[in-house]
Design a protein around this ligand. Sequence first.
Ligand code: MV4
Length: 580
Amino acid sequence: MLQKVLVANRGEIAVRVMRTCREMGIATVAVYSELDRDALHVRLADEAYALGGTTAAESYLNTEAILAAIEASGADAVHPGYGFFSENTDFARAITSRGVTFIGPPPEAIEVMGDKISSRIAAERAGVAGVPGRSETLATSEEVVAFGNEFGWPVAIKAAYGGGGRGMKVVHAPEDAQAALESAQREAQSYFGRPECYVERYLTWPRHIEMQVLADTHGNTLWLGERDCSAQRRHQKLVEESPAANFPDEVRVAMGEAAVKVSRACGYVNAGTVEFLYQDGEFYFLEMNTRLQVEHPVTELVTGLDLVEWQLRVAAGEALTFGQSDIVRRGHAIEVRINAEDAAGGRFSPSPGLITRFEQPGGPGVRLDAGYGAGDAVSQYYDNLIGKLIVWAEDRERARRRLLRAIEETVIEGVATTLPADTIILSSEDFVKGTHSTKWVEETLDFSSITSAPPALGETDARVRRDVTAEVNGRRVNVTLWVNPEEGTAAVSTAAKPRRQHHAGVVGSGSGNVTVPMQGTIVKVNVTVGQSVEAGETVVILEAMKMENAVAAERAGVVSAVRVTEGDSVATGDVVVTIE
Ligand code: MV4
């Protein structure tokens, strides 16, 4: 068995991995950036090593610093969590060559599944079909037209070396093919460094259903059950559940067997997920995620298995002690993500800051996997997932009600969270019926009832007002602090929270120069020169730190200049749009 595991990650997933290590008697090593010196994952570890640095690139992606921590701690294995180094084969090979175990799949499996065309070909070879399409790169738009005329419109043009949600273009008619292909290639180049694209039939109302697999080094590969992750917004999952609603058991078994075939085809070992699109009773291979995923707990709750335990045991060379027929799925599990985001008006703007209060839910069937507690700060520099709330119950409706109850019990103050949006999703009729699809959140749901919370009544009574200027994400803003005069400390009331000022949806007679609050990539430009905009209207979408951020006009007026196009990299403070 492994003796000492270094967890090369932070936040809830580092905490999650350490909990199982502790139960198994395995010593844990944390690594931390300068901002995370007192973070929960550091507090829970047996020992911890400073990586230095603030940004992810300076800290959790600093190979030299992590190798030094492995060396200093004497860890015999590294768990990469998700993100960061989890799918980085250079890192996996670097540690393996030092005799340290990478708790994850072989690098060759990561590579085969790392690009869309090679994974599509691997799946096809294994007898598992992707969405009908061509597994080769497009040379001309005539090929798109020919494909659409043969298989029907609309078609999707996708980046061959892409992943996640970026770089897909939907083409509805032959005359749009040329522009769409050029734009897809440009985006692919700017996001992924390679322009190659390929074409598929576009499914108009698919569900995102993924299958958990687990494989050991002795040739055993099992499927554990599916998760429906269709409730997404801009490719960020919001709610995940297992089993999928209205999902026939024969399709489940066929999808499970298909996932096992794909896994075997790439020599997969460890826990992995095969993603499918599901529409009209048919499923199609989409991609394989060669890591433990955020939503793995829903599978744990319905199977009773600890996926991290099996990751560790498989990495240590143990064989699975159960077979496919031993896996029993019981009841229903639903997870909601708790992100530090302000869903007010449907904007989902990042809401970094200090968590001043965190009341955790409890009771039957409730699990909270959080990476923060009260007194911890959510930094703008990392993924803003505070944690996940997962429930189990006998059936879907009981689980749904239990989750709504657990959300009601959860109190987080100091930062805005996605819990109000989660409540809207879980309460909606489509979710109750299980008829939602991947486009449902964005096209159907109305988050306009969510408002930034006003200061609680009475909370500010004994406090004095201090108006100060502050920099939030590098942007100068005016902040009202409600200061307790006795203690001389800043009492954090909602009014004092930078989040109320920080997303660019600030309204009023502000600057006509719309600037970005942090460095990132422009993924969408919503306005053109000459167009009228309202104060608070989103003008561009900025992707930064794996998050999409709406950047809004500060004042109403007419757009006189648009200085960016989709795919452009921007630095903090860059002017993207000018309004006169
Ligand atoms: C599709 C599709 C419809 N038809 N492919 C978006 C992310 C990328 N991994 C695959 N995606 C999609 N591919 C075809 N041929 C619809 C989506 C899609 C989607 C897929 C999974 C989860 C959420 C999604 C949201 C929008 C679109």
